[in-house]
Write a protein that binds this ligand. Sequence first.
Ligand SMILES: Cc1cc2nc3c(=O)[nH]c(=O)nc-3n(C[C@H](O)[C@H](O)[C@H](O)COP(=O)(O)OP(=O)(O)OC[C@H]3O[C@@H](n4cnc5c(N)ncnc54)[C@H](O)[C@@H]3O)c2cc1C
Length: 545
Amino acid sequence: MTVPAPARVESTPVLVVGGGPAGLAAAAELGLHGVGCVVIEPRVTVSRRRPRAKTTSVRTMEHLRRWGVADALRAAAPLPVAWSQRVTFCESLSGRRITDFDGAFGLTTQRDERFAEAGQQVPQPVVEEVLRGHVRRLPGVELRLGHTVTGLTEQAGGATVTVISEDAASGYEIRARYVLGCDGAGSVVRGQIGARLVGRSDPRPNFNVVFRAPALDTPLGPAVQYWVVGPAVSGLIGRLDLSGTWWAIMPGIEAAYGAAHAAELITGLVGAPVEHEVLASDPWTARMLIADTFGDRRVFLVGESAHLNPPWGGHGFNTCVGDAVNIAWKIAAVENGWAPAGLLSSYEPERRGVIEQTVASAEANLRSLAGDLPRDEAAIQAAKRAEFYSLGLVLGYSYAGSPVVQPRLQPTSGPAAALDGTRYTPTTQPGARLPHAWLPDGSSLYDRLGTGFTLVGPVRDGGAGGAGVAGLVRRARRRQIPLAIVESPPSYPWRTEFLLVRPDQHIAWRAGDPADIDIDVVTGVSAPSARAGLRPRPLSSRCRW
Ligand SMILES: Cc1cc2nc3c(=O)[nH]c(=O)nc-3n(C[C@H](O)[C@H](O)[C@H](O)COP(=O)(O)OP(=O)(O)OC[C@H]3O[C@@H](n4cnc5c(N)ncnc54)[C@H](O)[C@@H]3O)c2cc1C
């Protein structure tokens, strides 16, 4: 293909390459902070035939709530949370039930003190459609569909990106102060900055199929996933909606075999022949890959351009949203003039550890796929618990040790305790997500936080912190740092602490007196005197990709 010479040159503060979940989340976060961007995305429409991610985690739902779209996503989701919160293991859809996991993936219809939003099962295309609608309404955010980025050149103060439109007749350039490479596994941006994916792939193929079978039902009752541990066929199957569209994943099945034997495989999962029409198939390989660097100067890799997780456990797209929020609020702080560009160098140290933990967890889940399991309740409960109950991983990750988080007062001796992915224990340790609480009027503590920093503490009592609060407000005002002040919830076990909370709801600093809070550290103006941990660690590099 000959790329035509650029006919025009545009400019934008932030150029987002790719409008999948990561790119749309980045645009939503930038828009929340009033920073303009252009999102370049080749797909004009979102296809519902490759649903891919179905698990939207509690944490991603909390971000959607911050953006004001959690309710819109729930309304658009074909399977309401109330319909089912269960994963069922069985011999087939018409066969014996082996065991159930209730309340999987943070699905609950009850209010839970630990989080502001329950999880939601919803096909990825629906998430993308809702986010597309949202970012289109944000002033300063442009979603440019049918356009593709072909190259990138970095220069002082930013980068120039070359773009072609769908008809390939008009090439053009966009200059941006920041570029976010949200362009997925085959990222052009990653290649242009010389970054490489490092890690390994699972040798087994996987075959996904989406089919219509309006007459298909199961006596097993509602479940968001049925794991079929069958004598003939093993895999996962579930409803995409309540009007007869189903998905199935069959590990170990080659694409050609799957395409030729789809009816037989579906019959095996169902346990009986069922009238159906195959709508689409999607072969894929599980990969455990992390880029050797997440950026270069003002260009950052976000989402699957930076890492590929196996989908087991449902963390893939959610991790991408976490990346997007992290880098986008920081760019917004720099663009809005209250943080120096140095803040951005905390993106990789903060996200790399989270990604490594998530990839490791997904890889552990990969070791016990449906075909690897015995048809035995106790064995399945033991093997699969961590996959369905992972709030420790989803909510419990911390940015402790980041250069822009309060340094640990006491250097830790020996290695840090391993994260228990199944158990979430709220903590106000700097770096952790602010513990959630419901307020007496029924609203969420999170709804009270500002879009900039927030000081949560015993502010109404005045007390020892009174002068410190006033001093912090003055220091923030001098530096034009947006700072909201919120009284700690009455139910909070940490009512005596002052917690400085970042725009992403993580605790930047904890103090008995706000006078002790170093606002320069948390905005990246100065490095803390003692940094502990969280430096980019060497990757386990069995192969280079
Ligand atoms: C079978 C399967 C099941 C999964 N299940 C789950 C799950 O339950 N939960 C979960 O969290 N994750 C799941 N995932 C993972 C999830 O689909 C991905 O993690 C997610 O799509 C990654 O988002 P992204 O925005 O980083 O990349 P992508 O979704 O790949 O988006 C990249 C975007 O960039 C665009 N693009 C590409 N090249 C260019 C270019 N040159 N210029 C401009 N734009 C470009 C693409 O069109 C695309 O829209 C699953 C994946 C698979 C394969």
